[in-house]
Design a protein around this ligand. Structure first.
Ligand SMILES: [Zn+2]
Length: 420
């Protein structure tokens, strides 16, 4: 998801630049960099192959299997998946602790979405090709480079293709990993690869709440039962009221009605209707205020439609029987990285070394989970450029991928430590 610029954050002054320059000069790292330079054809192949495997929320199994096969081909250790479908492979270091380098494998596109994935020159097109084709490809590229160059790492690097980042997935893949004590305790740093680009560092977790609003009524025939309360009309009234809720520009707060469903035919009064609502804010207070407004407007809509229905049916039978329900379908915790955290110092030093300008941002990513637990985590892009995320017009351009991959590799190695 496109993060929000946060220009008001203090710049982190890095103290690690000589260390990064030294790291980048090591023979193994230079050989990994050289490998990146020659492998764009392989990277695009991975990316296209992966994007052609559907991975709707809760339907990521086939893509997870594909990723495990790649992990195996690359020679990672302990390749396996867990109960929820996260795929793992490890590059063994000498230490007990590890860095989780992860990329979500799910997409926002429902099952059956036509995946017209294709390549035209340096550009790849198709749903999910960048979000998160770019992240998963970077994951594989870094795994391959470490294996080929045999870089002797301190911490182990655990490669994770996780499920459930998008939408209703509600970060379930990451939640699962961090709810298991052996992993939770072993993971010292979480580096999340999400989407394309090299110009952002998501170090602050944007919170969100998502709801399914369901309204039910008696239904009936559009002619003979005229007057019965209409659940779609209730939603329309509720939307009209809710979307007029004032939101502050700062702290940035947003709402969206993303899906609306209901009814069966043009000449039937619907028995039910539902909508999905997304509320986001950098402030928990604002999120709660909007949630309260949604609940209030729904109550008001039910009352109004009940009254209107009584008016309509004055000459006919009295009708009633509207029920409503608000189900929480997502709740993402907020959190933020300490400005003095090692991960921030390292990525800043890496960016300075590479001459890369990057901005600290707040967004909702897999990093929300470790950040909300007070753990060190950031989310960055897989390099290259991308656009049209969450649309069928999504694209990825490989120009600049090499920079993104060097950035990820150097960050991982600086955090892991390299034995010489
Ligand atoms: Zn994503």
């Amino acid at each position: 998801m496109p993060p929000l610029p946060r220009a008001d954050l203090p710049e982190v002054v890095s103290t690690d630049q000589p260390e990064i320059a030294h790291l980048a000069g090591l023979a193994e790292v230079r050989s990994a960099f050289a490998w990146f330079r020659t492998q764009e054809a392989q990277f695009s192949r991975w990316q296209l192959e992966m994007a052609r495997i559907p991975a709707p929320p809760f339907g990521e199994t086939a893509r997870g299997e594909w990723l495990k096969q790649r992990f195996q081909e690359l020679g990672l250790e302990d390749v396996h998946s867990d109960e929820v479908g996260n795929s793992f492979g490890t590059y063994r270091g000498s230490g007990k602790q590890l860095i989780a380098l992860s990329a979500h494998i799910d997409t926002v596109f429902p099952a059956g979405t036509p995946l017209n994935v294709r390549q035209q020159g340096p550009r790849l097109y198709g749903p999910g090709v960048s979000d998160n084709g770019a992240g998963v490809t970077a994951l594989l590229a870094v795994a391959a480079a470490l294996q080929k160059a045999k870089v002797p790492a301190g911490l182990s690097v655990m490669f994770v293709g996780n499920v459930g980042e998008e939408g209703e997935g509600d970060l379930r893949g990451m939640r699962h990993i961090f709810s298991h004590p052996p992993w939770r305790d072993a993971i010292r740093y979480s580096l999340v690869l999400d989407g394309a680009g090299s110009d952002t560092i998501v170090a602050q977790a944007l919170g969100s709440r998502r709801f399914e609003v369901i309204v039910r009524g008696p239904g009936g025939h559009s002619w003979s039962d005229f007057g019965a309360p209409n659940p779609i009309a209730v939603l329309a009234r509720a939307i009209h009221g809710f979307t007029q809720s004032p939101v502050p520009a700062a702290p940035k707060t947003t709402f969206n009605i993303g899906v609306i469903r209901g009814g069966t035919s043009v000449n039937s009064i619907p028995e039910s209707a539902s909508m999905r609502v997304d509320i986001r804010s950098t402030s928990v207070v604002e999120m709660e205020r909007l949630e309260a407004s949604l609940r209030r407007e729904l109550e008001r809509a039910v009352e109004e439609e009940t009254r209107a229905s009584e008016q309509r049916s004055l000459s006919q039978r009295r009708s009633s029987g509207l029920t409503r329900e608000i189900v929480t379908i997502g709740s993402r915790p907020a959190g933020e990285l300490d400005p003095n955290a090692r991960m921030l110092q390292v990525i800043r030093a890496v960016d300075t070394h590479l001459g890369n300008a990057a901005q600290i941002q707040r967004a909702s990513t897999d990093a929300n989970i470790p950040l909300s637990l007070g753990r060190e985590a950031i989310a960055i892009g897989g390099g290259g450029a991308g656009g049209g995320a969450h649309t069928l017009q999504e694209w990825f351009d490989s120009a600049g991928r090499e920079l993104g991959l060097k950035r990820i590799l150097l960050t991982v190695l600086a955090l892991a430590g390299v034995r010489e």
